[in-house]
Design a binder for this molecule. Structure first.
Ligand SMILES: [Cu+2]
Length: 698
């Protein structure tokens, strides 16, 4: 997955000395993490200007053909002498290279607000060439010489070149077949109207993929990205490998990878622990390679959902859920109650239109130890009978906001371990809960004052939204499991009737109630903490209607079945990159003793083989430094495959020369966050403060 560091990566150079850091220009008194305190700095507009070294691309390097005083060809010199900036380097045209349809990457734009936030490995290069993508090469600032021609070549180290020319102040399209980390030489030669070369310069550019916000993709890139992704759903594993090669894997392959690692009874090996972000990087990167086996110019976009939030959008308005992207969402009759038995159909959760219209979830023919009532590749604790990938979103679902990013950075306080823990929480988890969401909160009516009075009326919705998490915990602790043997074929789409329920371990009735008390009492769900109320709750779960509260895919271990799952985790990796750059967190140790330090949320867990509940190494497996993914290919939770968390983190650390993931993120700018946070200057302002504290100690 990350086997691409070539010698270019060893040209590792610190860029600290180059930073153009605005923060140091702020008066001393106005600095500091002081909410609402004015931190004034000059917000420069985002100019589309030359890439940093390309600005100076016409620096004189070839003695005989360039430079007014050294050339053997006096005519050439004279041509320059006739121009307005005769004989000076400032005459140089500025050359830019960037992907068509987008701006110059701020990593190369010295006037960009976030120019100081740098990927170290990019330091020797003047621009990025994106593999197979049309790049725009343009020349500006040559109005005085409209007849000049700029010949260009882009050559790989083995001298395979692309070549062309730009006349006047036009631009041209350059497409290069290259692989990430290839170093290419871009040469531009200025020739006069007679075709005589005047000056020439060469810079190194690096071949690299760029991941962008899905909302910023051009229409054609968006549709090619969606087409490549959809191929994973429409082409089975073996067919796809025959067509597209070994990097191809189908959507089922990725669903199995995620589901097996998230749904084993012992614990969740990719969520609720320090391995969350790295485990998802592994999955996302394999997924992206599969997309690229179909179309080598696409990347897996990230979804900057805080933009939707800050724009006042609901999930229904997001670019993510349209006919052209991941399919429209259906609204429940009542957004307050959400999808309910009295108003809606479970079937309404199906994808409404677009490529994935009515896409189904997989049958489980692989993982015998992960039961599901309907034998679907769906969580054991989710009795959703619909054969379709389901979303039960409401317009009241809340997306993470800029304030959540801000509190992530403030709470982590430059501590890597804290960041790895917190990144999965407020800035991430709510987006899944909001899309997947819950069907059937009205089932709890029988327990509120309209029924037995067991549940406090004002806690009904909160209890309902958390219901699936409690059922998951009860499954994990071996108190509850699904009755199996039902089939989605028995499910009448228009009836809402479920044929399978939960069953409980009768011999553990007392501990079951203790477990419920533990979860319910701190939230004061029940009208009173009486034994009678808890007995009612136990019956509701074990023999009553508790199983009828079901969730959408995003809310459980089968989340990867929903294609809209995939642009969510690059969002976290981008925050990781930003965190690493801004806080330079290099001196830290990954906790290794789950009894003492937080490694995962289930340090103690149930072990089916010994029928005991204790601290086992397997409980937090996936969340330690040297952990891999459980072997989802063979469905063996005692075997492991792929990269370790440690290697993945090293491969995705923008400050290290071990950086070897084949992409960078397009920017670390959060312009949309400016007005939303407690720190003036918004998230960008806080990151700048953090960076300044890190590198300048102030
Ligand atoms: Cu996630």
């Amino acid at each position: 997955m990350y086997s691409n560091p070539n010698e270019s990566l060893e040209i590792f150079r610190s860029k600290q000395g180059k930073k153009m850091h605005r923060y140091s220009q702020i008066p001393e008194d106005d600095r500091g993490l002081n909410p609402k305190k004015a931190v004034e700095y000059n917000h420069r507009p985002f100019y589309i200007i030359s890439a940093v070294a390309l600005v100076a691309i016409l620096t004189f390097i070839g003695v005989s053909t360039i430079g007014p005083n050294t050339s053997a060809n006096n005519d050439v010199v004279l041509d320059f002498a006739d121009s307005t900036d005769a004989g000076t380097e400032a005459l140089a045209a500025s050359i830019t290279l960037y992907r068509e349809g987008y701006s110059v990457l701020p990593h190369f734009d010295s006037l960009a607000d976030t120019y100081y936030l740098q990927y170290q490995f990019l330091a020797p290069y003047s621009a990025i060439v994106e593999p197979y993508a049309p790049m725009k090469l343009s020349v500006a600032g040559i109005e005085s010489n409209p007849n000049y021609v700029y010949d260009w070549t882009v050559c790989s180290s083995n001298q395979l070149c692309e070549a062309g020319y730009i006349s006047g102040s036009e631009s041209t399209s350059v497409t290069v077949s290259c692989s990430p980390f290839d170093v290419l030489a871009l040469t531009v030669t200025e020739a006069n109207s007679k075709g005589v070369p005047l000056r020439s310069a060469t810079v190194n550019v690096v071949c690299m993929y760029v991941r962008r916000d899905i909302g910023s993709l051009t229409e054609s890139d968006l549709s090619e990205t969606m087409d490549a992704m959809y191929t994973l759903w429409s082409t089975q594993e073996t067919d796809g490998q025959a067509l597209y090669g070994d990097n191809y894997h189908s959507a089922s392959y990725f669903l199995e990878a995620h589901h097996f690692n998230a749904a084993t009874q012992s614990s969740d090996h990719i969520h609720e622990g320090l391995g969350f972000v790295t485990q998802h990087i592994k999955l996302s990167n394999m997924f992206e390679l599969s997309m690229q086996s179909i179309n080598p110019k696409v990347t897996l976009p990230y979804w900057e959902y805080t933009k939707d939030f800050e724009a006042g959008n609901t999930i229904f308005d997001s670019i993510m859920f349209t006919e052209k992207t991941f399919g429209s969402l259906k609204e429940p009759k009542s957004n307050t109650v959400g999808f309910s038995y009295k108003n809606d159909l479970i079937y309404d959760g199906a994808i409404q239109d677009g490529r994935w219209k009515l896409a189904k979830t997989d049958i489980n023919v692989k993982f015998n130890d992960i039961p599901n009532g309907y034998n679907l590749m769906r969580a054991p604790w989710n009795m959703n009978p619909s054969p379709y990938i389901s979303r039960f979103t409401t317009t009241e679902s809340v997306m993470p906001a800029c304030a959540d990013y801000m509190s992530l950075f403030i709470s982590a306080n430059s501590e890597m371990v804290d960041f790895l823990d917190l990144i999965q929480r407020g800035s991430h988890a709510p987006i899944h809960a909001s899309i997947g969401n819950t069907f059937g909160c009205d089932i709890l009516d029988e327990l509120t004052s309209t029924g037995s009075g067991t549940v406090s009326d004002n806690k009904q919705m909160k209890l309902c939204r958390n219901w699936s998490f409690y059922m998951k915990d009860l499954y994990r602790t071996n108190y509850l499991k699904p009755v199996t043997g039902c089939s989605t074929e028995d499910f009448d789409l228009y009836s809402n009737e479920l044929s399978c329920a939960f069953e409980c371990n009768d011999d553990q009735a007392d501990t079951f109630i203790d477990a419920l008390k533990d979860k319910f009492s701190k939230n004061e769900y029940l009208s009173s903490e009486s034994d009678e109320n808890y007995a009612v709750m136990k019956d509701f779960i074990c023999t009553g209607n508790g199983y009828k509260i079901v969730v959408g895919a995003h809310q459980e271990s089968a989340s990867a079945a929903d294609p809209s799952f995939w642009p969510i985790h690059p969002t976290q990796e981008r925050l990781l990159h930003l965190f690493l750059i801004a806080s330079n967190a290099q001196q830290w140790k990954w906790p290794s003793n789950a009894k003492v330090d937080y490694v995962c949320g289930t340090a103690e867990c149930y072990d089916a083989e010994t029928d005991s509940y204790d601290y086992f190494d397997s409980c937090c497996y996936g969340h330690y430094e040297n952990d891999q993914l459980l072997d989802y290919v063979n469905g063996d939770d005692k075997k492991y495959i792929g990269a370790t968390n440690k290697d993945t983190l090293a491969a995705s650390n923008p400050l290290l020369d071990t950086y070897s993931v084949p992409y960078v993120y397009d920017s670390f700018q959060f312009d949309h966050c400016d007005n939303s946070s407690e720190f003036d200057g918004g998230l960008d302002g806080y990151i700048e403060y953090l960076y300044d504290m890190t590198y300048n100690g102030r």
